[in-house]
Design a protein around this ligand. Structure first.
Ligand code: NI
Length: 167
């Protein structure tokens, strides 16, 4: 296994559209293992392949306290979305920034597991938020892009300043 470098906003590569996986093979299982290790090391509760510069539709999520309930979703598709809930979100690609985002409260998501078998997962609460957040990454969207233009401009200034300070 290996810890992969995470791309940080506003890197243009975060706007790449991920392609569907056509065959779930050992290469994909290795990617999932590396992504899980990267997410746990960060530490974070979700990671999309886009964030490690691999543009395939793969996400990993673990919202458990003991890091023992890993979900890996390949080619996820939301087949049902209901209600609306606002949660404060963060992202490993936008460190230290937390902002409220409105999303569907209940979702059903269809995906392939590590054996390439199609499954459907029903999710609500934090898990539903996480799945939608990570699926946005696969579409090239970062959560801060839901904020107002003014807030996004301020955020970019702040991140530029921070980057200068750490140089
Ligand atoms: Ni994220």
């Amino acid at each position: 296994m290996a810890i992969l470098p995470i791309i940080h906003y506003p890197d243009e590569r975060l706007h790449t559209q991920a392609k569907p996986v056509d065959l779930v093979d050992s290469r994909i299982r290795q990617l999932v293992a590396d992504m899980a290790e990267t997410m746990y090391a960060a530490p974070g509760i979700g990671l999309a392949a886009t964030q490690v510069d691999v543009h395939l539709q793969v996400i990993v999520i673990d919202i458990s306290e003991n890091h023992d309930k890993l979900f890996s979703l390949i080619n996820p598709v939301i087949v049902k979305a209901e209600g609306r809930a606002i949660h404060e979100e963060g992202c490993l690609s936008v460190p230290g920034i937390y902002e409220p985002v409105a999303r569907a409260a209940h979702i059903s998501v269809k995906f392939l597991d590590l054996e390439g078998k199609e499954l459907v997962l029903e999710a609500e609460g934090l898990l539903a938020v996480c799945i939608q957040h990570e699926m946005d990454h696969l579409k090239g969207k970062v959560f801060v892009e839901y904020l107002s233009q003014l807030k996004q401009a301020r955020l970019k200034q702040k991140l530029k300043k921070r980057a200068r300070e750490t140089m």
